[in-house]
Design a protein around this ligand. Structure first.
Ligand SMILES: NC(=O)c1ccc[n+]([C@@H]2O[C@H](COP(=O)([O-])OP(=O)(O)OC[C@H]3O[C@@H](n4cnc5c(N)ncnc54)[C@H](O)[C@@H]3O)[C@@H](O)[C@H]2O)c1
Length: 277
């Protein structure tokens, strides 16, 4: 049967940053394949809203929500302990949480996105969530997967910016001097490239225990961004448009299921062809 290998019945997937734009899409993707999902995030109200929304289309018993801060090992361990106590074992981990501060640019205000001014506390916070968070979750849940004997899957959500540098011309604001122009911060490139390195490391580390690891690198999702920005960005994309939020679902289903049983250590770049230009 063509789609038999996509079935995830009886499996439980944990998604970090699950209450955000793409986190919910990842949940839909996995629920569609029959998995149960543990949605984790620091935003409690958004998590509850996500559960209500998903329960309209899927069995609510398949959807568990847990507040979890990926930058805090105790918070992760406490969720892991709760799940063990409920006899739930995680065989799919989607490291999705990240902080992606919006590029602003204001007259007369020090432009802190620029490398010259980038605050160390922002570096530390963003790395703690986007990179250290993926390490800590992989350490806790990946170790458990390796020890069960049943194997598992770790997916790191990177970005097209894991394979090329941000084109800072996209973020330019009219009327601002060069030293005031906002940029995509250095953290984003470092974190997303780091996730690809982590993916390769994990892919070999627990391969003998049946734990596979791959990265999914989405291009920009249209979410009401300004017309000028969208025009500039879509000029760089051969398909001529940004992604719809649901366009990564099928890739996640492939990566998390036996449909990709021989894929390990790869970075799947879905960017409308942007990196081909
Ligand atoms: N949206 C895009 O265009 C796009 C493009 C490429 C890559 N990505 C990547 O996809 C992933 C999801 O992006 P998104 O657009 O859904 O972002 P989002 O900001 O909508 O969601 C991120 C979620 O992470 C949560 N979070 C923040 N700090 C946390 C912490 N310490 N612990 C746990 N959760 C925390 C937030 O509360 C939020 O719900 C990110 O890794 C992002 O870099 C997004």
């Amino acid at each position: 049967m063509a789609f038999e290998k996509f079935q995830l019945n009886g499996k439980t997937a944990l998604i970090t940053g699950a209450a955000g734009l793409l986190g919910i899409e990842h949940a839909v993707a996995l629920l569609e394949c029959g998995a149960a999902v543990v949605l984790t995030d620091i935003n409690e109200s958004a998590l509850q809203e996500a559960k209500v929304m998903l329960s309209r289309s899927f069995d609510a018993k398949q959807i568990i929500v847990k507040i979890m801060d990926v930058s805090n090992r105790d918070s992760i361990q406490s969720v892991a302990d709760d799940l063990v106590a409920s006899e739930i074992s995680i065989s799919i981990l989607v490291n999705n949480a990240a902080i992606d501060p919006k590029v602003k640019g204001e007259q007369g205000v020090l432009e802190t996105s620029r490398l010259e001014n980038f605050p160390l506390d922002q570096w530390n916070l963003q790395v703690a969530v986007g990179l250290t968070g993926a390490f800590l979750c992989s350490q806790v849940f990946g170790t458990a997967m390796a020890n069960t004997g049943g194997g598992g899957v770790i997916i790191n959500i990177a970005s097209d910016l894991s394979v090329f540098s941000p084109d800072q011309r996209l973020y330019r604001k009219h009327g601002l001097s060069e030293d005031m122009q906002p940029v995509k911060p250095i953290t984003y490139s470092v974190i997303k490239s780091g996730l690809v390195g982590m993916t390769r490391y994990l892919a070999t580390y627990w391969a003998d225990k049946g734990v596979r690891s791959n990265a999914l690198s989405p291009g920009g999702v249209f979410n009401g961004q300004g017309e000028e920005f969208v025009q500039r960005l879509t000029n760089l994309i051969p398909l001529g448009r940004m992604a719809s939020r649901d366009e990564y679902r099928a890739a996640l289903q492939f990566l998390c299921s036996d449909a990709s049983s021989y894929l390990n250590g790869q970075n799947i770049v879905m960017d409308g062809g942007r990196s081909s230009w």
